[in-house]
Design a protein around this ligand. Structure first.
Ligand SMILES: *[C@@H]1O[C@H](CO)[C@@H](O)[C@H](O)[C@H]1NC(C)=O
Ligand SMILES: *[C@@H]1O[C@H](CO)[C@@H](O)[C@H](O)[C@H]1NC(C)=O
Ligand SMILES: *[C@@H]1O[C@H](CO)[C@@H](O)[C@H](O)[C@H]1NC(C)=O
Ligand SMILES: *[C@@H]1O[C@H](CO)[C@@H](O)[C@H](O)[C@H]1NC(C)=O
Ligand SMILES: *[C@@H]1O[C@H](CO)[C@@H](O)[C@H](O)[C@H]1NC(C)=O
Ligand SMILES: *[C@@H]1O[C@H](CO)[C@@H](O)[C@H](O)[C@H]1NC(C)=O
Length: 454
């Protein structure tokens, strides 16, 4: 797990249930999809300033993965950067092995000139996700793209097939290049506020989504930034939320939706307004000044820009965000693939076998800014943890070195590893007493948010 933080003044705690992932052999009839990706540096100008960006097959953002539930995905990545590189797959439950969802310190990065084959199965998954380089300063250089997992044809979806399916990868961006950002982090300092927001790698009005009047479209929106939560809204249109992180939700209409770092949401938009060009607006949350960017919702029969005022947007308010998050409910009667970790899964009846409390904190250790969980700030070992685990190399880490509860002591450095048992049904309580929003990315597991208190 890796925490992500963004600036704000929230005091929030969320409780999650975590079920350990289940390794299943792929059925022979599940189709395979093959991708070959060549990762290079190249010039990009997202905020009008020339920067060295991470390109995949020459593209920024990288190619989109189009898949269907249960597909086997083989991605052969050639690292032609002069530095090591690793990808992480946001929300994708790893069925083949845990080697693929890489974070430096646990997995082996792909060395310069090296290659790595990601072999995943999107077993029982649907929804909107994205992939991302695993290091913070790499994230600020691109190298990301969208993932769409559609339901198999025989599985009913709780809404009519949309007339189109659009991906919006929105997030903050820095004008400083990745070597300067690395320098700031390496010297133990915090990054300054971002300089702007991008939608699909472009600045304001760099994207135009064309719709036919009267039809309904699906938008899959992910916050691919590294520093700030965002709010999205569309001039003159409401958004019907239908999916969050691969689960169908109770369908609810919103005029604007907050999307925190790493989150992915799908909503439907019906082109039911007079033909015009409408603004899709993305703005930052919890920081001042507020950064804003726009894309265009273009009616194919448009005859000019719309004049209706854009929906109001929250800026620094915390309650709006917490109330909205609490209002989102899983549609438990919607058919569709659903993980069944214990064979007889019945929500509310499965016994929790363990409760873990994780409290994040910000601390200065050896003169450098660090973040800690239950007082431990992770440092990678010389041997990547997955390698030590696979080859039974002792002395690299100690299972259980991470406590199950917050401690009152000061933060310290450790190669912390938490142990868990196969098929354990674990309740995790995330506690954030800091003055910023913390979102967590639980790599490769099946989990459900069951509550949120503040
Ligand atoms: C990747 O791209 C670089 C630069 O275009 C090229 O030199 C290299 O041959 C490509 N590698 C592969 C495996 O396609
Ligand atoms: C991929 O890397 C392996 C070493 O990890 C090497 O043996 C192989 O030749 C490489 N494949 C290509 C096509 O470069
Ligand atoms: C980043 O910018 C600095 C100047 O601020 C420059 O020295 C450095 O070469 C740049 N790095 C890249 C990769 O462009
Ligand atoms: C939940 O899913 C069911 C089954 O597809 C559907 O009939 C129902 O309308 C959905 N409920 C909401 C509130 O979206
Ligand atoms: C939960 O525990 C109770 C008491 O031990 C037991 O009767 C019940 O069968 C368990 N439920 C499941 C789903 O294992
Ligand atoms: C590591 O240890 C486990 C159990 O002790 C054993 O099954 C496995 O074969 C060992 N792996 C290697 C690579 O030696």
């Amino acid at each position: 797990m890796e925490p992500r933080s963004s600036s704000s003044s929230a005091l929030a705690a969320a409780a999650l249930l975590l079920a350990s992932s289940l390794l299943l052999a792929a059925r022979a009839d599940d189709p395979y999809r093959f991708y070959t990706w060549n990762v290079t540096f190249g010039d990009i100008y997202p905020l009008g300033v020339k920067q060295e960006g991470i390109l995949i097959n020459g593209q920024f953002p990288g190619p989109q993965i189009e898949a269907v539930t249960n597909d086997n995905i083989i991605v052969n990545v050639f690292n032609n950067l002069p530095v090591p590189f690793l990808l992480s797959w946001q929300g994708i439950q790893q069925r083949r092995s845990s080697w693929q969802d890489g974070v430096y310190g646990t997995n082996c990065p792909i060395p310069p000139g090296g290659n790595f084959t990601y072999n995943m199965q999107f077993k029982d998954q649907i929804g909107s996700y994205y992939y991302f380089p695993s290091l913070l300063f790499h994230k600020a250089a691109g190298g990301y793209g969208g993932i769409r997992v559609l339901s198999r044809p025989r599985i009913p979806v709780p809404f009519d097939p949309p007339a189109g399916d659009f991906t919006i990868l929105a997030g903050d961006w820095f004008k400083l290049n990745h070597t300067d950002l690395k320098g700031i982090l390496d010297s133990g300092n915090d990054l300054s506020f971002p300089d702007g927001l991008l939608i699909n790698g472009q600045g304001s009005n760099g994207n135009r989504f064309t719709v036919d009047q009267g039809k309904t479209y699906r938008f899959r929106v992910s916050n691919v930034g590294i520093a700030t939560s965002v709010n999205i809204r569309i001039q003159g249109h409401s958004m019907l939320l239908v999916e969050v992180e691969g689960s169908h939700t109770m369908q609810t209409t919103f005029t604007s939706i907050d999307i925190h770092l790493g989150q992915s949401y799908s909503f439907l938009v019906t082109a039911d307004q007079p033909p015009a060009d409408y603004s899709i607006i993305v703005s930052t949350r919890f920081i001042t000044p507020v950064l804003t960017t726009t894309a265009i919702l273009h009616y194919s029969n448009a005859n000019g820009a719309a004049t209706v005022p854009p929906p109001p947007a929250p800026t620094t308010e915390i309650d709006f965000s917490l109330n909205q998050a609490r209002s989102i409910r899983w549609n438990l009667t919607a058919s569709g693939p659903r993980p069944n970790p214990q064979g007889s899964y019945h929500y509310g009846l499965v016994n929790t076998t363990r409760t873990i409390r994780l409290a994040n904190s910000r601390a200065t250790i050896n003169g450098k800014l660090r973040y800690a969980v239950n007082s431990i700030s992770f440092i990678p070992a010389d041997t990547p943890l997955k390698v030590a685990d696979f080859y039974n190399i002792s002395g690299v880490f100690t299972l259980g070195s991470m406590p199950d509860n917050p401690t009152s002591g000061g933060a310290y450095l450790q190669t912390s590893v938490m142990a868990a048992n196969m098929r354990e049904y674990v309740e995790i309580i995330f506690e954030n007493a800091e003055n910023f929003v913390q979102s967590w990315h639980i790599d490769g597991y099946a989990f459900w948010v069951v509550g949120c208190i503040s």
